[in-house]
Design a protein. Structure first.
Ligand code: ZN
Length: 122
């Protein structure tokens, strides 16, 4: 590793000096401890990327997300929407169409959520 690892450490030191706080949560990509910046943003010093911590349910379990993960989600959802669109076009059974439409709405809602997450990260 050598130089790269050293740079990570010096970036972490710089973060701490700037008033950032090291968190118990680690980066989902590189498993380096995350930092909470004075601005309130969570940051990975090794990836040099902003990370979003999503609180899950009442248990207060945290999920750590990075923008790259969300970009992947985006692509998956778009692919599913395209598949559904194709299925709906070729389906004539009313019950089946109803199911597909419900599915379509669920994916569109997911897409909307992903959009909001992206806004939080940018
Ligand atoms: Zn990282």
């Amino acid at each position: 590793m050598g130089q790269g690892r050293k740079d990570d450490v010096s970036r972490m030191v710089d973060l701490l000096r700037s008033g950032a706080v090291m968190l118990a949560e680690t980066c989902p990509v590189c498993h380096t401890p995350l930092f909470k910046l004075k601005s309130g943003d969570v940051y990975c010093a090794a990836c040099e990327k902003k990370v979003l911590i999503v609180k899950e349910g009442e248990a207060g379990e945290f999920k750590v997300l990075q923008l790259s993960t969300i970009m992947d989600l985006d692509r998956t959802i778009f692919a599913k929407l395209a598949e559904l669109n194709d299925m709906i076009r070729h389906e004539s059974d009313v019950d089946r169409l109803y199911e597909l439409a419900r599915c379509l709405i669920a994916w569109l809602e997911a897409l909307d959520r992903v959009k909001k997450l992206k806004e939080d990260l940018s």
